[in-house]
Design a protein around this ligand. Structure first.
Ligand code: GTP
Length: 235
């Protein structure tokens, strides 16, 4: 097994599946199955999930809403997705704990790093909700911050695309996929991997990133088996 402890970042938008809004339960249970598979291998799994299928802070600002207000609404949206994922995981028999960056005592534990690590050591999947708890930060940043805090071996960013390309593959037919790429190459070429705050946090803390297609069943396990899936950003 290649990694002992991982932080899996899932996008809220991909939870929509083929729907226009909200949560596609089939997609959710596919994700839960993939996570269960690697927990069964003995991988310690923490998850951060976005909220874009429900609410996006940036769009709120475009509509004239205060950005900070919109960002907090986005954090609540991540909590809805986190609760849905928690429920889907528990349905498959995986033990979970949900921790929120914003206190919601009736719903889940508050974020406490040492408690999160203890849960992971007991092979409970720990879901971190409500982003970093601060406006102006994305869930990518929350994912990298938590990954560093819990000393994860890698951040896995599950998206709809299967890696990092030299150009946008939807617009440029000559675009090629990188199997591996260095942090400095990403900076030099101006490629988009994560938002810059998140990416820099990984770079400064020597945390590798894997960008991969989470919608392809079995991919998560393949990565744990050491197969080359997606793109690895390394040093
Ligand atoms: P151990 O220390 O290994 O026993 O971990 P544990 O999570 O089982 O212990 P704890 O007694 O803290 O938690 C039992 C259950 O209560 C778990 O499902 C927790 O997620 C939940 N829980 C703990 N703290 C809170 C809280 O502040 N709010 C809510 N809603 N649930 C909590």
């Amino acid at each position: 097994m290649k990694y002992k402890r991982i932080l899996l970042k899932l996008s809220g938008e991909s939870l929509m599946g083929n729907k226009q809004f909200g949560i596609d339960h089939e997609r959710l249970s596919e994700y839960a199955t993939q996570i269960k598979e690697i927990v069964g291998m003995g991988v310690q799994v923490a998850v951060v999930i976005g909220g874009g299928n429900i609410f996006r802070g940036i769009q709120a600002e475009e509509g004239g809403m205060d950005r900070v207000h919109g960002d907090y609404m986005g954090m609540l949206a991540t909590m809805i997705n986190s609760m849905a994922l928690q429920s889907a995981l528990e349905k498959t028999g995986v033990e979970t704990r949900l921790q929120s960056a914003i206190k919601m005592e009736q719903i889940c534990e508050p974020y406490i790093r040492r408690k999160a690590v203890r849960h992971l050591e007991k092979f409970r999947v720990v879901i971190f909700g409500a982003g970093t708890g601060n406006p102006y930060f994305t869930t990518d940043t929350a994912a990298t911050l938590r990954a560093i805090e819990i000393e994860a071996d890698v951040v896995l960013k599950g998206t709809r695309v299967d890696g990092i390309y030299s150009a946008d593959p939807e617009k440029d037919t000559t675009a090629t996929k990188y199997k591996t790429i260095t942090f400095s190459e990403v900076y030099e070429k101006g490629l988009e991997v994560m938002d810059m705050t998140a990416f820099t946090l990984c770079n400064e803390n020597k945390l590798p990133i894997i960008i991969f297609d989470m919608n392809k069943p079995g991919n998560l396990k393949k990565i744990m088996d050491g197969e080359e899936v997606g793109t690895l950003v390394e040093f």
